[in-house]
Design a protein around this ligand. Structure first.
Ligand code: SF4
Length: 363
């Protein structure tokens, strides 16, 4: 409903919220938005330059491409070398650099079978059309995409497809937020929580942020008034000496999330440890394929091992994702690293923090 959206962009409403924020905020507020769509929304709406100086905006690890670990990208590239494999992937992974700066686009140019698809279900069609090959879908993303990929696997089994597999590198958001709050190199006073992930998981998995860390976190929509209202709420709770986790995006997100999506997700996947680019190993923050679905697990079939590898030389994506620095504080930003020639993944994805700074930030 476009009229509903218009209300959340109302200039007078936003001006009032900005004034409230400025008036009620005593100390610095370092808030992190955890979703790439919020990163872009904050810049696109002009909010970034309108926020009071006391509000420090940090972009978190919410862009799936950005947090995909170097060793996971290396696994994509190694798999692309197999003659009997067709890699099926969303387009945003094509330019993410792995070993030696090489990416899937270069592998494709060198003759590897890499197919860009728009839905995991397209990978099933690809598998049916290529019975002499194995189609491996690159499973990257958060709780938002994992249920669809699980549903695709269920459908592949129903269709009797024997040549469809998934390389499972999904990650879960709440666990990563706990790791960031434990990290002494950064300070985060509150979180603007992702809308899309929260439609699946609801509010409960974030409750620990208030109970264990005394920080607030608000599930938030993507319009300027949504974001400002959540910031005002966080400031007020802090002034009252309390912390809360709430849902300010009830027009799209149910407090309890989507039970059906979680059911299909956890029928196929189960929690595991995962490596995050720039952050390292976070226990319990990944999703691996359950034993009952091993026949579709590319990690098992191709004996893939994921281990720590050195980060890309000079790239500070890790510090950007943790909120230690802003992208423009990276020495390579705009000089060596640009969207046309990205050094790190945060400059590759349109939702990456570095790409958003490059596109929208006025010096
Ligand atoms: Fe990495 Fe480029 Fe961002 Fe620097 S500007 S952190 S090199 S992606």
């Amino acid at each position: 409903n476009i009229d509903l959206i218009k209300e959340f962009r109302d200039p007078e409403l936003c001006k009032g919220l900005l004034e409230t924020l400025d008036r009620e905020l005593d100390d610095e507020l370092r808030f992190m938005e955890v979703c790439g769509t919020h990163t872009v929304a904050i810049f696109q709406s002009g909010l970034r330059s309108l926020l009071p100086d006391k509000v420090v905006h940090l972009s978190g690890p919410g862009c799936p491409v950005c947090v995909t670990h170097e060793s996971e990208v290396n696994a994509f590239l190694d798999l692309a070398e197999h003659d009997d494999v067709i890699i099926a992937t969303f387009g945003d992974l094509m330019r993410v650099p792995g070993h030696g700066g090489r990416n899937l686009k270069a592998a494709q140019a060198d003759g590897a079978s890499v197919s860009v698809i728009y839905s995991p279900f397209d990978a099933l069609k690809l598998a049916a059309e290529n019975p002499d090959k194995t189609v491996v879908f690159l499973g990257v993303g958060f709780e938002t995409t994992a249920p669809t990929i699980a549903a695709t696997m269920v459908m592949a089994r129903k269709q009797g497809l024997k040549n469809f597999m998934v390389l499972p590198f999904h990650k879960t958001v709440p666990t990563a937020l706990g790791a960031l709050l434990d990290d002494a190199s950064t300070r985060i006073d509150g979180f603007i929580l992702p809308g899309h992930v929260s439609t699946v998981i609801g509010m409960e998995p974030y409750e620990f942020i208030a109970t264990d860390y005394d920080r607030s976190a608000v599930i938030t929509g993507f319009e300027p008034a949504d974001i400002l209202k959540s910031l005002v709420d966080m400031v007020r709770w802090r002034n009252e000496g309390t912390a809360k986790v709430t849902n300010n995006y009830r027009r799209a997100v149910a407090d309890t999330g989507n039970a059906k999506a979680r059911e299909v997700l956890y029928s196929v996947f189960e929690p595991c440890d995962a490596l995050w680019r720039g952050i390292g190993l976070i226990p319990g923050s990944g999703l691996k394929i359950r034993d009952e679905w091993t026949d579709m697990d590319a990690i098992v079939k191709y004996g893939i091992e994921i281990t720590e590898v050195p980060p890309l030389p000079g790239c500070r994506c890790g510090d950007v994702l943790k909120g230690v620095i802003t992208p423009d504080q990276c020495p390579l930003f705009k000089k060596v690293c640009t969207p046309a020639k990205p050094v790190g993944p945060c400059m590759v994805s349109t939702e990456g923090s570095c790409a958003a700074y490059y596109k929208y930030k006025v010096d």
